[in-house]
Design a binder for this molecule. Structure first.
Ligand SMILES: [Ca+2]
Ligand SMILES: [Ca+2]
Length: 113
């Protein structure tokens, strides 16, 4: 993962811009937006990020891949849902768009609503 644009958007070299599915981080002109970006950078920059890319809409109207990102837990090696982590850390809220295949309800009871 090469560049974090904001808390919910980042660039992958050779692939393109990725928008995390069904979550929304604050905009970059707010302190919370900068904090969300900093959080995403700390977790994602230079790391191997596994992407589950939406195969319904494929790309959104801004030309971004819509995806759930998974990162490897350094201790256990198991995959952690970064979309969920962003929400559970308070840096984003769930916004369930119906035009993609993802359902935040599948990410765990804490996000069910
Ligand atoms: Ca946003
Ligand atoms: Ca959805």
């Amino acid at each position: 993962m090469t560049k974090v644009v904001d808390g919910d958007t980042f660039d992958v070299e050779g692939f393109g811009r990725v928008r995390l599915a069904d979550v929304d981080a604050p905009e970059m002109d707010t302190p919370a937006g900068k904090a969300a970006k900093f959080f995403a950078e700390a977790w994602l920059l230079g790391e191997i990020v596994h992407l589950d890319v939406d195969d319904l809409g494929v790309k959104d109207r801004y030309g971004r891949w819509v995806a759930v990102a998974y990162i490897e837990d350094p201790d256990t090696g198991s995959l952690v849902n970064f979309n969920r982590l962003l929400v559970s850390s308070g840096h984003a809220v769930v916004k369930d768009f119906r035009d993609n295949k993802f359902d935040p309800g599948d990410w765990g009871p804490a996000l069910r609503r």
